[in-house]
Design a protein around this ligand. Structure first.
Ligand SMILES: *Cc1c(COP(=O)(O)O)cnc(C)c1O
Length: 369
């Protein structure tokens, strides 16, 4: 009996262990921010952005970024219906309303025309989420944002390693956010980061992230506003520094795993994988298959087949508007229909070819090829 195959898990080496040990031994007192500052510097350099603020989560980074854009009660923020709740929750924390729009059936990311059609006088921002590492049509979204005077921001939590016409995902919009949760391409256990090229916005978020204390404030213990406490610890950042030194390798492994799935599966009738259109390179955080309707293969069949093979594959995100706390938007046709016949495949960095072949055999079995 072969053992189970995990869905995702981090790639941790002696490098990360060494830095974490050093942080636990020495990273206190005057050195308590050293790894945090180094991690922020490495991330800025990797992404090619001016500013980065490490946080305890992507959710927190989004919360602060939206707060800095003065999103508040009565405002609307547009995002795709196919998403993890973390992209929508911070909107509600601020008393604003998430407006869920349909996805493009090829990229599975927000359909630009749907985003534009949803704009009202209450719209404060558009959140472009690069689902599973696929890329949103940023040129069109930015043009829409500019036309209507609305900020386009990027939740790039799933898009480490994704590049859009020479620019890294997360570095394109008004600001970007990332997650370093243990399931993501790069991990610090839990963690996130806020990035921007906008000096004033950076200064605002820096103040918010420090319980409302501005850098320029000379009085001690003197907040100028009510802020937040979403900081990354030096211990987490130490692990992150190790991961950043290996970022090229971490991304290359994800891409290699995806490339092998694509090579073996893309030719099969009725199967589509993450697209990689011209001018775009995907970080391939989550290799995902979508079955054509005529195959008759549904989520339930996939769940049962993978469970029987002891493989931890996962369902495609349910439409957020269908959750009990929101109002159903069944007219978001693709966001409601595609998850019925789609599945995420295991893709952790250390996955071997034999395990990928087991995953592929399950899919082939369902298609009886
Ligand atoms: C994982 C994820 C998040 C949440 O990140 P946390 O660090 O857990 O807050 C947010 N957005 C997207 C798109 C994600 O995939």
């Amino acid at each position: 009996m072969s053992s189970g195959i995990a869905y995702t898990k981090p790639s941790i080496t002696e490098l990360e262990v060494g830095y974490a040990t050093d942080a636990a031994r020495n990273g206190w007192g005057t050195q308590c921010y050293d790894y945090i500052h180094r991690f922020e510097m490495l991330f800025r350099e990797h992404l090619g952005v001016r500013h980065a603020i490490a946080t305890s989560s992507c959710t927190g980074a989004l919360h602060m970024g939206l707060a800095a854009l003065e999103v508040g009660p009565g405002d609307e923020v547009i995002l795709a219906d196919s998403n993890w709740i973390a992209s929508a929750a911070p909107i509600t924390y601020l008393g604003a309303t998430p407006v869920f729009v349909d996805i493009d059936p090829v990229s599975w990311c927000m359909a630009p025309e749907a985003a534009e059609a949803a704009i009202t006088e209450k719209t404060k921002a558009i959140i472009a989420v690069h689902l599973y590492g696929n890329l949103c049509d940023m040129d069109r979204l930015l043009a829409i944002g500019e036309k209507h005077g609305i900020s386009v921001i990027e939740d790039a939590a799933e898009a480490i390693g994704s590049v859009y016409h020479g620019k890294r995902a997360g570095a394109i919009g008004r600001f970007g956010t990332f997650s370093f949760h243990g399931t993501k391409t790069l991990t610090t256990g839990e963690g996130g980061i806020f990035v921007t090229n906008d000096d004033a916005l950076h200064e605002q978020v820096l103040t918010l992230s420090n319980h409302g204390r501005a850098r320029s404030q000379t009085r001690q213990f003197w907040p100028d506003t009510v802020g937040f406490k979403y900081k990354m610890s030096n211990l987490q950042a130490a692990i992150g520094c190790g991961q950043m030194e290996r970022i090229g390798e971490l991304i290359a492994r994800k891409r290699a795993i995806f490339a092998y799935y694509r090579e073996r599966l893309a030719g099969l009738p009725g199967i589509t994988l993450n697209p990689e259109p011209d001018g775009v390179e995907i970080g391939a955080w989550m290799p995902t298959v979508v079955f054509a309707p005529e195959t008759g293969i549904r989520r339930e069949h996939l769940q049962a087949a993978f469970a029987a093979a002891d493989i931890d594959a996962r369902v495609f995100f349910y439409p957020l508007s269908g959750l009990p706390m929101f109002s159903p938007r069944r007219d978001n046709r693709h966001a409601w229909e595609i998850p019925e016949r789609a599945f995420n495949l295991p893709s952790y960095h250390d996955m071997c070819l034999a395990d990928q072949n087991r995953v592929i055999a399950v899919l082939e079995g369902l298609l009886r090829v």
